[in-house]
Design a protein around this ligand. Sequence first.
Ligand code: CA
Length: 253
Amino acid sequence: MSRSKRKLNKKSKQPFNINRKSLLGILSMTFQEIMDTLLTKSKIKKPKEQEVLELVKRKAKKGNTDSILKIIDNYAYKKTFLMNIGDKKGLLLEEAIKDSNAINVLELGVYLGYSSIRILRSLSTEGKLTSIEANEDFAEIAKQHIEIADLSKQHEIKIGRSNELIPQLDSAYDFVFIDHWKDLYLSDLKLLEASGLLKKGAWIFADNVVLFNLEDYLDYVRTSDQFDSKFTPALREYSSSQPDGVEISIYNS
Ligand code: CA
């Protein structure tokens, strides 16, 4: 064996060098594992909607709608955007419910039940709200919010696609709030008409008509003989600059 080979061989057998490499390997693996754990944890972090529900459960006063709406609004303003109608357009919705004297209201798109609470608290005691929501998790959160608001007695939530559920509805409505998938606004309005579910004089309140550029919907309600339609400009929910607006159309047929 040559001197250099003997030296290498000798060196490779030095326990310190081997152990140091192993130790570094273990340490680096452990670090990687820690990072993986943290990443996994962040991936399985609770959805924001669940966080909002927990905040409401912990902090809201039972039966106090202001306290519930305030918790949800604060979360959307300070932490992460939530696709509620928001505090400003929410007041337009409440005014419309009161001005229409609506008794039987239909809501398309529930999300966290924020607008449902605004509608329910603006209804008279004989009023009733039927809400349609396609997402089961959101519907469950909304139900709990409405329960905490103590408004469940006047509320019913149906889970499923609006275009499948609308033909199964059996009573006509005098107010419809539309705030679900933007490509369904027009087809669902036509479906409501075709199914005879709009009372004469019914109000159709459509949110986000500017934000989502709902030209086909606006063209329809503004040119149809069946509707008298009016636009109210507003800012997008929780924004101080982004233009949006709501369209209120009254069914004359
Ligand atoms: Ca909306």
